[in-house]
Design a protein around this ligand. Structure first.
Ligand code: C5P
Length: 235
């Protein structure tokens, strides 16, 4: 079992050279990288294509959300860049999600459910009287109906979603991963790498635990050890 394929490192840098340096360093030890708003808002499509030349699987995490027509046209521009994965917010609604799925070609569409930086008190402040679990399940069902390939949620929700979704091939993608509970930063719903894998995650999105580390490769090795330990328990 090659556990490194579970790890996608979030390259949350503005500077392209800094991004390239880190990617070259960790490339052998991870399954892919994630490029998000911080990188893309500075370096744009040409920056993305420069990173693509490094030959590593890329998740383009721009979390699109707007009216269906606007999102479809923007997603088309992004799909033309051939990212391996592209994210959209499921809260954009069924029609918006269906429009993107209809043009996806070889790019896998990942639906964002509830950001891991939010918790139940945020839902209440939006006026939703739902548990995290019910809110995520509702959004997951919209995604499933529209035909998304994967679902982004916290690891806590995965066992429930596995029981309640019909698509057994749904790719569960998990941000908010921390080896140590005291390093939460702005995340609220966090899990350890091993716990997330045990719950059924197939893709761990890990940013600062690697990118801010004084020894990124050693941090990846610790993450791999944690995965291995829990994976043995799972099987
Ligand atoms: O540094 P950290 O490991 O918290 O980074 C998590 C990454 O995952 C960030 O790039 C963030 O944008 C992304 N993400 C998230 N919550 C989601 C979806 C994506 O934190 N629901």
């Amino acid at each position: 079992m090659n556990f490194r394929n579970f790890i996608f490192c979030a390259i949350d840098f503005t500077d392209i050279e800094q991004s390239k340096r880190l990617i070259s360093k960790i490339q052998k030890y991870v399954g892919g990288i994630k490029i998000g708003l911080e990188f893309f808002s500075r370096n744009g499509p040409s920056g993305f294509l420069e990173i693509k030349k490094l030959g590593i699987p890329i998740f383009l995490d721009l979390k699109l959300k707007d009216i269906p027509n606007t999102v479809k046209k923007s997603a088309q521009n992004l799909i033309n860049l051939k990212p391996d994965y592209l994210s959209i917010h499921l809260s954009g609604g069924l029609k918006m999600v269906e429009e993107v799925v209809s043009i996806k070609k070889n790019t896998k569409i990942l639906g964002i459910s509830m950001l891991t930086s939010l918790d139940n008190s945020d839902l209440k402040s939006f006026g939703y009287n739902l548990s995290n679990l019910d809110y995520v399940e509702n959004l997951a069902k919209i995604g499933e109906k529209a035909g998304i390939d994967g679902l982004v949620s916290s690891a806590e929700e995965i066992p429930h979603l596995k029981r309640n979704l019909n698509n057994t091939n749904m790719l569960f993608v998990t941000p908010g991963i921390r080896l140590y509970k005291n390093k939460m930063n702005d995340q609220k719903r966090i899990n350890s790498p091993g716990q997330a894998i045990k719950n059924g995650s197939k893709m761990l999105i890990i940013g600062r635990s690697i990118t801010q580390s004084s020894d990124p490769i050693n941090s990846i090795k610790c993450i791999l050890q944690d995965i291995e330990k829990h994976y043995e328990h799972k099987n």
